[in-house]
Design a binder for this molecule. Structure first.
Ligand code: NAD
Length: 296
């Protein structure tokens, strides 16, 4: 089976490497020459363009930042849907608007190409370890076609519903994650301002009723957890601007269905302020800087 992989960023690069390790023939591409150089050096075969990468591919996977990138890649007169062989399967793992996923799936069907949305959770650690959670929108049959490929990159695969449903599940999850990271940051900052040792406090809360994913795997304070982006200058990981995009998608969706999401709205505004402060490219856990008490 030949797999084309488009988008070799913090998530896509390690996901593509896992597919190659599992023995699949890959052809990869990213618009960033630096990303191509980095993952080419790790052994990924790099194509000259996205169109060249999908030539003869049975499965095409994309892992791009946002809706506009996915529309630009697949739709329009130059779009990949005109290049991919009919009968092939497209798996878009980017987190984008559910409406865009449905649009691409409909356009794919018109070309005889099955398209599923399969956004992920688990962070860069999960991408590297191959333990991501996939939330799939599309038909059962297309999910079963994708399953052997998804299993090489993740350990949990859920069928959320029809086209776009994977995206809806993903923004619900990320709205919760965005809120949790701010709450966790506030609690740690409050303890530290009172002289508590952040490692001790984090461990107390991790094992108490405040325990959550940020405390388990992604502590926002530098030095508490060696593997977390906080301890690596907030580099890599999940960018503040990507979290801001996801919280924006959640708010748009909430307005469309008239849902009440006050904490989601507040979280979006806090990440927006953090991004305006010049932190958009830093990992989203750097939001702790907004709530840290001034020392001295
Ligand atoms: P990233 O910015 O690190 O990588 C995206 C890559 O896509 C970049 O290398 C960029 O050059 C490339 N790209 C953009 N347009 C392209 C095009 N038309 N053709 C080829 N390459 C193109 O982002 P990421 O952190 O890898 O995230 C990717 C997606 O996964 C986003 O939708 C994000 O919300 C989602 N996500 C990220 C994480 C995380 O922890 N980083 C976790 C879950 C989901």
């Amino acid at each position: 089976m030949k797999i084309a992989f488009i988008g070799l960023g913090n998530m896509g690069g390690p996901m593509a490497l896992n597919l190659q390790k599992a023995g699949h023939a890959l052809s990869a591409f990213d618009l960033s020459a630096e990303a191509c150089r980095k993952f080419g050096a790790d052994g990924l075969p790099i194509a000259a363009s996205a169109a060249a990468a999908v030539e003869g591919a049975d499965v095409v996977i994309s892992m791009l930042p946002a809706s506009a990138h996915v529309e630009g890649l697949y739709l329009g007169s130059d779009g990949l849907l005109g290049r991919i062989a009919p009968g092939a399967l497209v798996i878009d793992s980017s987190t984008i608007a559910a409406a865009t996923s449905r649009k691409v799936a409909e356009a794919g069907a018109a070309h005889g190409i099955a398209v599923i949305d399969a956004p992920v959770s688990g962070g860069t650690g999960g991408a590297i370890a191959g333990t991501l959670t996939f939330m799939v929108g599309g038909s059962e049959a297309d999910l079963e076609r994708a399953r052997p490929v998804l299993e090489k990159m993740g350990s949990n695969i859920f069928h959320a519903g029809a086209a776009g449903a994977g995206q809806t599940a993903k923004i619900c999850n990320n709205m919760l994650l965005g809120i949790l990271m701010i709450g966790t940051s506030e609690a740690i900052a409050l303890g530290v301002a009172n002289g508590l040792d952040p490692k001790v406090l984090s461990e107390i809360m991790r094992r108490s009723s405040g325990g959550n994913w940020a405390l388990e795997k992604y502590n926002p304070l530098p030095g508490v957890m060696d593997t977390a982006p906080a301890s690596k200058g907030y580099a890599g990981g999940f960018g503040t601007d990507l979290m801001l995009k996801d919280l924006g998608l959640a708010q748009e969706n909430a307005a469309a269905v008239r849902a009440s999401t006050p904490l989601g709205g507040l979280a979006r505004n806090l990440y927006a302020a953090h991004s305006l402060g010049g932190n958009g490219a830093l990992d989203f856990s750097s939001v702790i800087k907004l709530v840290q008490a001034r020392q001295g």
